[in-house]
Design a protein around this ligand. Sequence first.
Ligand code: ADE
Length: 229
Amino acid sequence: MRIDILTILPELLSGPFSASILHRAQQKGLCEVHIHNIRDYATSKHKNVDDYQYGGGAGMVMMCEPIASLIDKLKAERDYDEIIYMTPDGELLEQNISNQLCLLKNIIILCGHYKGVDERIRQLYITREISIGSYVLSGGELAAAVLADSVIRLIPGVLNDETSALTDSFQDNLLSPPVYTRPPEFRGLKVPEVLLSGDFNKIEKYREEQALERTKQRRPDLLEHGEGN
Ligand code: ADE
């Protein structure tokens, strides 16, 4: 899978992709992440990427031209399955969206800033708009990193234990059960006996019950969606 991220602040994105699982996924050749600076495609003398909004009002708008030039260049090089714009007014990111996206070959993620991008970029190029939550970030970069992380970890072979992405919270509309490691007792709190029993069937049953209990308590809305959605 190839992900091209378009930003005016590439330095914000270098960190997340150069450590841990996201770094290893690229090293293993399972995905390529290319970060592009939109400013490199600005044509004005001062390399402007934003301008005042028509109709007045506070806040700048990201201009069409540099973004369009960059997307045109990328589209001439390969076909893209989705061109995603990160925006607080997009559809809310849920596990099922990441599940869909991890099957794709090439995607572009556009990060907005200021008041956002000129509406015509959305009309002409964007195929999907995604929000990572009902709050406003200073820009789309951190949101793009969250989206890319949630997608890349699902690519087969990225996680060492392939089953671990399948047992994540949300994959079956259930939160994960509590987990423990050594020591068996810490400040008077003991690891549940069943987890030390070595009886795999009992352990599975315990984990299922705990997952259900936790979901009922913390996210009852997930249970209303029904299993497997
Ligand atoms: N850009 C600014 N806020 C955002 C959000 N919540 N989700 C996605 N992109 C954003």
